[in-house]
Design a protein around this ligand. Sequence first.
Ligand code: PLP
Length: 379
Amino acid sequence: MKKETKCVHSGTRLDDKVYGVNTPIYSSTAYLYPNDLELVRYPRYSNTPSQEAPAEKIADLEGGEAGSIFSSGMGAISTTLMTFLRPGDHVVFQDGLYGGTQRMIRNQLERMNVTQTFVSSSDPQDFAKAVEENTMIIYIESPTNPLMTVVDLKGIAKVGQEKGVLTIIDNTFASPINQRPLEHGFDIVVHSGTKYLNGHSDVICGAVVASRELMDKIQATAVDLGPTLDMHASYLLERGLKTLAIRVARQNENAMTISRFLEKHPKVRQVNYPGLESHPNHVVAKEQMDGFGGMMSFEIDCDDGGVNDFMRSLKLVTAAISLGGVETLVTLPAKTSHSYLSKEDRQAQGIEDSLVRMSVGIEDPQDIIDDLAQALERL
Ligand SMILES: *Cc1c(COP(=O)(O)O)cnc(C)c1O
């Protein structure tokens, strides 16, 4: 099946009582035993049909053997890291990961006596150099927030294979429609399903996809820690996933159109979008991605007051955190995701105070462009 078809059909559990076309919401927390399947069903084991359906759909979309869903992206990420780490282990992390992941590293992994090296380049050789004798994991994101840096996935996967280290990627920004890291040799894919997978800014959830062997280990940890997705939310996630391919295709198109408009605008200094030839990682992105995604950032040619005026002048585009929904949202990384850094540290990373991050929705692109244009004109 092609990905559009997988979105609609993969994983669906037939309703064999009244023959509805959707997976029913199996809301029970108590199941008879012994039963025909000799299987103990219990929601914390994530093995009710309502939970299995979206897990299988996501696994199919990522091209993995098995998958599991979680109560949040952080539930998926922390459970995965906890599964493979013991005191004394070392992890190679990419610098500038999602803020919640960085926080988890500081608050939980350091307490567990797990040491880390943060690699600030996107060159696989620099990741190879950071691997030590006790390194268990290399963990990255691509494209990254907010500058949309793209990492060479085959290169990183090869480093992991050569050094015998697990490779994990947070694939939230690209979604499996645009990028399937397991095909490039990665071991594990994690997601905040809150973003593109559910896609309607109304469910918090996460997902992990890997080989059956790795997934069994991660799922065993999940049973201990308990970050299970409720059956009603699982149903909403399955429903959201059915339109993932067409939503992302539209977001790819819209983002391309809008990035070209912004690139030509005299009041915009720089546009960071991997689909633009001007993006430093455009060639790698083209090689490993089917589409360039709906995430971008751009720097406005103005002072701090100007960027606030710009944000306030927007009428359709909404200033709100989070991303990946059907509506176009903007944030100022200097005031949100990167506010914990000093202005100097942000500038050293290339994040100016006038940098705007945008999650492009599925609206008509001309309406978004008109709104951005009128807000830029006021500057
Ligand atoms: C939002 C996000 C997360 C965390 O997901 P939650 O669902 O909020 O727990 C992790 N990684 C990335 C890239 C994200 O954008």
